[in-house]
Structure formats: structure tokens, C-alpha cells
Design a protein around this ligand. Structure first.
Ligand code: MTE
Ligand code: MO
Length: 219
């Protein structure tokens, strides 16, 4: 698949709309807010949990699930479900901020802390960026610094239950300090890189970093 080609089966109309928003700078107020302000600018609080994806929700059974962690690491691994469950289990409670302007407070995640994954694979000193791949063909990118934050988790559970397929189960990434498009559902691959590699939305006009308090929606 070519780098900027869309994955199969996605809802192109939905992608076109969001891409147009980026071009037009929709939803932007130009406000900034200090991180102490819990609700970032132009966000509204919701109590339900909206589902957002490209229109494909891949069914991945725990038995066939594999996560490849590769690239500039001392120890590349392919984690199967059993291995994941043998790693130290962690919990994190944090807020979600989606670029489509909803935020949701106090989500309790269970899974493997990103710090645990980093200890296992040991990124080489040249590794400065991370690219994520998913079972639906989605990709996104982070700096290693943003990925290594202590609140980040590879989540298999939410509020004590297994994460549902619609929210990215069996395993998703959760990076709460950035807009939620940076949090890959149905994660399949984590690649450590020396250079930045923009992902699906980043190639379509969305910001490279996506800090909600700086309103880094588009870029
Ligand atoms: N694999 C994959 N991950 C993804 C997406 C996607 O389409 N595919 N959408 C992103 C976007 S834009 C958002 S807002 C969140 C939505 O997660 P949720 O459906 O659990 O709320 O997932 C992010 N991760
Ligand atoms: Mo989103």
C-alpha cells in the first residue's frame, strides 16, 4: 500500500469532510489554555463515549492478536496475548479530548504501561519518533518523548471490562495529553524511527503533534 493511499473499505466521505475541516480551519478559536485548566479550549464535556473511526471495525480475536514492536530497538518483539498478559499490568485514569470537540473525563484503563513496553524493547539512542499501525490500516505518529509519558498505556480494559471492539479492542494505545486521534485503536505495529513519519490524519491536514491546550487541531 502506498504511503498516502487510504486503506480499503474506509468511508471516504467522512474522511473528505474531516480533511475539508482541516483546510478551512474549522472549529478553531485561536485560544490557548494553561494545562491546569482541565477542559481545553472549544471542547465540550460528554458523558457517553462517542465512537470514531474510518468506518471499519476489524474483528481481532485475542488468540490471533499480535503486536509487532520493531525498528530502532535493542530487542524487537512480536507480542501475543499470553505474553501481554504476563507483562506487568497497570491502571491509569485520564481524560479523553477528541479533535471533533468532545472531551470525556475519568476513563479508567487497564493494560500495560508504555514504560513497561519501553523497558522490554529498549529504544536505541537514534530512536526519536514512533509510528503506529493498526488492523484497520490506520496509522499515526508521535515523538518518542510524547510516547514515553508516564500516563500512557496500551489498554485492553476500560472500567474493569475488556475494551470493546468498537473502541479498539483487543488492544489500543491511550495518549491522553494529545487529541485522541493519536491514540491508535486495534494497534498492530509500533515502529521506532529516527525520522518523523506523518500518519493517516497528519497527511490530511491535521497537526503533527495535536496538543489540545494549544488547539493544535490542524497544521
Ligand atoms: N485504528 C484506528 N485508531 C483510531 C482511529 C481510527 O480510525 N483507526 N480514529 C482515531 C480518532 S480520530 C479518535 S477520536 C479515536 C476514537 O476512539 P473511540 O472510538 O474509542 O472514541 O480513535 C483514534 N484511533
Ligand atoms: Mo478524532
Amino acid at each position: 500500500m502506498a504511503e498516502d493511499e487510504a486503506p480499503d473499505g474506509i468511508r471516504q466521505k467522512l474522511v473528505d469532510t474531516k480533511q475539508r475541516w482541516a483546510r478551512e480551519g474549522r472549529l478553531l478559536t485561536g485560544e490557548h489554555a494553561p494545562p491546569e485548566q482541565r477542559l481545553p479550549p472549544s471542547q465540550r464535556l460528554v458523558r457517553d463515549w462517542p465512537v470514531l473511526d474510518l468506518g471499519v471495525q476489524p474483528a481481532v480475536a485475542e488468540e490471533t492478536f499480535r503486536l509487532d514492536v520493531e525498528g530502532l530497538v535493542e530487542r524487537p518483539v512480536t507480542l501475543d496475548w499470553r505474553w501481554l498478559m504476563e507483562l506487568e499490568q497497570a491502571e491509569r485514569v485520564n481524560d479523553i479530548h477528541c479533535v471533533t470537540q468532545w472531551s470525556r473525563y475519568d476513563n479508567r484503563w487497564g493494560g500495560i504501561a508504555v514504560s513497561t513496553l519501553l523497558e522490554l524493547v529498549r529504544p536505541k539512542s537514534q530512536a526519536r519518533f514512533v509510528e503506529f499501525g493498526a488492523y484497520d490500516g490506520y496509522t499515526t505518529n508521535l515523538s518518542l518523548e510524547d510516547f514515553a509519558r508516564p500516563e500512557n498505556i496500551l489498554a485492553h480494559s476500560w472500567e474493569g471490562e475488556r475494551l470493546t471492539r468498537q473502541h479498539g479492542g483487543p488492544l489500543r494505545v491511550v495518549v491522553p495529553h494529545l487529541y485522541f486521534w493519536k491514540s491508535t485503536k486495534w494497534v498492530k505495529r509500533i515502529t521506532f524511527l529516527a525520522q518523523n513519519k506523518p500518519g493517516f490524519w497528519e497527511q490530511r491536514g491535521y497537526h503533527d503533534r495535536g496538543d489540545p491546550w494549544m488547539e493544535e487541531r490542524y497544521g
